[in-house]
Design a protein around this ligand. Structure first.
Ligand SMILES: Nc1ncnc2c1ncn2[C@@H]1O[C@H](COP(=O)(O)OP(=O)(O)OP(=O)(O)O)[C@@H](O)[C@H]1O
Length: 644
């Protein structure tokens, strides 16, 4: 059968173009990527052989072999792992079957464009980071090779296949003669990349990036005769890194292991390595990345912790091992108690796994607490990246709630930087009984919210919540340290009870604007209600406004306004419940309207004004008006009167 020519999936073609043209720095990482894949392939074979031992009856010493051939100008990376059949070659090396691919290639293109401008440098590293994060691992071969040939025979199958490409748009695939199990990747090195034929250079690269790989990585010396005993040299330390005592593992080794196991390019922000002994014996080697992976919120995203049983890789998809709200973790759990032949199905609802998870969770939270205490600024960068995910735990896991509330940080209306709930409580004013919050799309928008005015005037701190998850945990978590959470856009403000800044500053009550009170206020409120009818739930005075005339808030028992808006946007709610229009009795406009309302025929005369006030409040909320035409008509009428 002749070879077939196939086109790369569009995204792959685009990535390849970027990989071959724009990444100037760190070309040597191609070797790390290919060794990493080879090691994974051996892990997979070892796991498959647990239930199908015939797969591993011959060629039982799993290893990776690196063979430079200076005469041919090629570098070969071979493994005797699981291998790939034709369909798998097409699927794995011709497409990227992952969600988020498009967003990724866009980011990459931008980073690459910038890198092009400055020849490598920081942006080059940025592109490299993105590549590592996405794990386009294999394609990095094209950073150094003009042509790549992959031959592979899948364990348990007879036919070997050859895949070949020069990295521009298409590849060929056809039957191959070689019969060795596993995958052999031959890189036809580009002229400028011949350094990767030198054993000394290869040795350094392997040592640097792949020392932690648990199977032997052998380097073949092309100068030595094929039958020479010392022709093959093991370059890496081999042996599971996580099984070593902490004292014997260097920072660099942890980092490189993290890159391998986490498919990452950044430095780990936190490394947690523990041998747990007792009723259960297991080892944890976990990492918190320093950067947020681009697909953290992808609903299909899984956690990145691999499960091993006595050094044998079992799965990277053990659902119960890590709570979803810690899905940013990377690393390894190696258990001595689970049976080696445990199937992935057996792992579901497994009590041993649940126990490991409980300890893992506790340890990670404890480490985070330590970091938060010892290095608050550093912790703040972590929180910015992963706080939104951790906060999911507030409603998903009641047991973790208390620890998570301690770990949570928030932006505030009164201070720069992030504050903890303990900080907040310590700064509460006399007479203040609740922890005030406001949620919305962005800090800027929230800071402009009219609902904050009265709080600001009194120096009462309000936590500014901008993550989508904030609306949800607030329905579950009712209090911290005995203080209830209270949204300033829902229910009444009890500012009257709080002794605020104004008084502390010695400002007298006389300085406050004159307020509409008593019957006059009652008449105005009645007039507004009459004119607005069903459009509002209620109209009432408030002390939460100082500069604005009006604002909207949700009723006590209703959904908070931001949540209602979000649900409506996502078609999860037909119509947001009618809100309460609050008016500022000290505002000149409200005073003027109150006078007008008291005159004969006042209520009818205020029809336009009532609707304009409501529309204005809606605009302040960033909402679209239900009837813009009516708004324009009323506005024009009022302006005409005003100008006239
Ligand atoms: N040496 C190999 N042996 C067997 N399969 C391989 C080998 N190299 C790559 N593959 C297969 O090709 C797929 C794609 O590899 P690639 O390096 O592009 O990404 P990846 O390893 O899946 O990265 P990530 O884990 O970040 O998704 C792998 O998932 C694996 O299934």
């Amino acid at each position: 059968m002749t070879d077939q020519t196939m086109q790369f999936q569009a995204e792959v073609a685009k990535l390849l173009h970027i990989v071959t043209h724009s990444l100037y720095s760190d070309k040597e990482i191609f070797l790390r990527e290919l060794i990493s894949n080879a090691s994974d392939a051996c892990d997979k074979l070892r796991y498959a052989a647990l239930t199908a031992p015939e797969l591993l009856t011959e060629d039982t010493e799993l290893k990776v072999r690196i063979a430079p051939d200076p005469k041919a100008g090629t570098l070969t990376i071979a493994d005797n792992g699981i291998g790939m059949n034709r369909d798998e070659l097409v699927e794995n090396l011709g497409t990227i079957a992952r969600s988020g691919t498009e967003a990724f290639s866009r980011q990459l293109e931008e980073a690459a464009k910038e890198a092009g401008k400055e020849e490598g440098g920081k942006k080059g590293a940025e592109a490299g980071r993105l590549i590592g994060q996405f794990g386009v691992g294999f394609y990095s071969a094209f950073m150094v090779a003009d042509k790549v040939t992959v031959t592979s025979r899948k364990a348990g199958e007879a036919q070997a296949w050859r895949w070949e490409s020069d990295g521009t748009g298409s590849y060929t695939i056809g039957e191959a003669d070689e019969g060795q199990r596993g995958t052999t990747i031959t890189l036809h090195l580009a002229k400028a990349q011949k350094e990767f034929l030198e054993p000394a250079r290869l040795r350094t690269v392997i040592k640097t990036y792949s020392d932690h790989i648990s199977l032997p990585v052998m380097l073949i010396d092309p100068e030595k005769a094929a039958d020479a005993e010392d022709r093959e040299e093991q370059v890496n330390a081999a042996g599971a890194l996580w099984a070593r005592p902490k004292s014997e593992v260097s920072e660099e080794q942890y980092r490189e292991f993290y890159h391998h196991v986490g498919r990452a390019f950044d430095d780990p922000w936190l490394t947690l390595h523990a041998h747990v002994e007792g009723k259960l014996d297991y080892t944890l080697l976990l990492f918190v990345p320093s950067r947020r992976p681009f697909d953290l919120f992808d609903p299909d995203r899984r956690h990145g912790v691999k499960l091993f049983v006595r050094r044998v890789f079992i799965t990277d998809d053990c659902e119960g091992l890590v709570p979803p709200w810690l899905r940013f973790l990377r690393g390894v759990v190696d258990s001595s108690d689970l049976p080696l032949n445990v199937s992935r199905e057996m792992l579901q609802n497994n009590p041993l796994v649940a126990k490991i998870r409980a300890t893992l969770q506790k340890r990670v939270l404890r480490e985070l607490e330590r970091k938060a205490e010892k290095a608050p600024e550093d912790y703040a960068t972590f929180w910015e990246a992963f706080g939104p995910v951790l906060k999911e735990g507030l409603y998903e896991d009641r047991e973790a709630q208390e620890s998570l509330l301690k770990l949570a940080r928030f932006h505030s209306s009164e201070r720069d930087g992030l504050v903890s709930l303990a900080d907040y409580v310590a700064a509460m004013k006399e007479g203040q009984s609740a922890i005030y919050t406001i949620s919305g799309e962005s800090l800027e928008a929230l800071r402009r919210s009219p609902q904050l005015e009265g709080f600001r005037a009194k120096g009462v701190e309000v936590l500014l919540l901008t993550d989508a998850v904030d609306d949800f945990w607030q329905n579950t978590v009712t209090e911290f340290d005995g203080k209830p959470f209270q949204s300033v856009t829902r229910g009444a403000a009890d500012l009257g009870e709080i002794k605020g800044k104004a008084k502390d500053d010695g400002e007298s009550d006389e300085a406050k604007p004159e307020k509409v009170e008593g019957a006059a206020l009652g008449t105005l409120i009645a007039a507004l209600k009459q004119n607005l009818g069903e459009a509002v739930k209620d109209v009432r005075e408030t002390d939460r406004l100082t500069d604005s005339a009006v604002c909207l808030v949700a009723g006590d028992a209703d959904l908070d306004m931001h949540l209602a808006r979000m649900l409506k946007q996502h078609q999860r709610l037909d119509a947001a419940p009618a809100r309460i229009l609050e008016i500022n009795p000290g505002h000149p406009l409200i005073r003027r309207l109150a006078e007008r309302a008291g005159e004969p025929g006042g209520s009818d005369a205020l029809a336009d004004a009532a609707h304009l006030l409501l529309d204005q409040a809606r605009i302040l909320e960033g909402e679209t008006l239900p009837d813009p035409t009516a708004f324009a008509r009323r506005m024009t009428a009022v302006m005409t009167q005003g100008v006239g």
